[in-house]
Design a protein around this ligand. Structure first.
Ligand SMILES: *Cc1c(COP(=O)(O)O)cnc(C)c1O
Length: 222
């Protein structure tokens, strides 16, 4: 893969206001270095151990985004390094990140993960659950975390209309949360949606953060 070229191509393709998360999970540090040298600073990983390792080997100005399912027993290891956790999928997990952040004197940026796709993954709040959670007032008590928006995935399907419909649900949920609970929170502005196969649709539907792996780094090595 021509990693540097891919980074530059995304740089010129993405509209203003849409940031690129280079999803580097399962790729070696050399690949990340190539992207870094082409100007990329935001990297997405889905395993805590892998962030810990790569964090030691990469320059300090990299922003590490966590995009995978996060277990509460891994939170302590992640919180010192992470710039944004996209995948807060339960109240219990958010409370855990909050208490760990306070313990070490940090404020951790997070997104609430919405489950709108039809398929297998069981992680994430339904739009109704997410709104009810915000309504409960629990988030306002958690001053170790800064809720910056939402994240979601569309069903992995060739049916563009379905993908678009699901992204639209994510955007509408964001708008409802913003209007009802985060109107005064300037940091609540991110909509993380879109991957290699569907980011163009996601951008049309309002994405501010696209998470691209394969189209930058090629197929992952498992
Ligand atoms: C792996 C992954 C991506 C990147 O997917 P590609 O299809 O390789 O671009 C994006 N988001 C999440 C949550 C992922 O786990």
């Amino acid at each position: 893969m021509e990693i540097a070229k891919n980074i530059k191509d995304f740089g010129s393709e993405l509209p203003d206001g849409v940031k690129l998360v280079a999803v580097s999970k399962f790729h070696p540090v050399e690949a990340l270095r190539e992207a870094y040298d082409a100007g990329q600073r935001i990297f997405g990983e889905s395993r805590v151990q892998e962030i810990q390792l790569k964090h030691r080997l990469m320059p300090a100005d990299v922003q590490w985004h966590f995009i995978g399912h996060l277990q509460t027993n891994k939170v302590r290891a992640l919180v010192p390094y992470v710039a944004l956790i996209h995948s807060i999928d339960s109240e219990r997990l958010l409370a855990c990140v909050d208490s760990e952040a306070k313990r070490i004197g940090r404020t951790v940026n997070v997104l609430l993960q919405l489950h709108v796709a039809q398929e297998e993954t069981k992680f994430g709040f339904s739009p109704e659950e997410c709104i009810a959670f915000a309504e409960s007032g629990a988030i306002a008590q958690m001053d170790g975390v800064r809720v910056c928006g939402v994240m979601g995935m569309a069903t992995n399907t060739d049916d563009e209309a379905q993908v678009r419909r699901e992204f639209r649900i994510i955007k509408e949920t964001f708008d409802t949360l913003k209007r009802r609970f985060f109107a005064d929170a300037d940091c609540f502005k991110e909509i993380s949606m879109g991957m290699s196969d569907d980011y163009r649709i996601a951008i049309e539907e309002g994405s501010t953060l696209v998470r691209i792996g394969t189209s930058i780094f090629g197929e992952r090595q498992y």
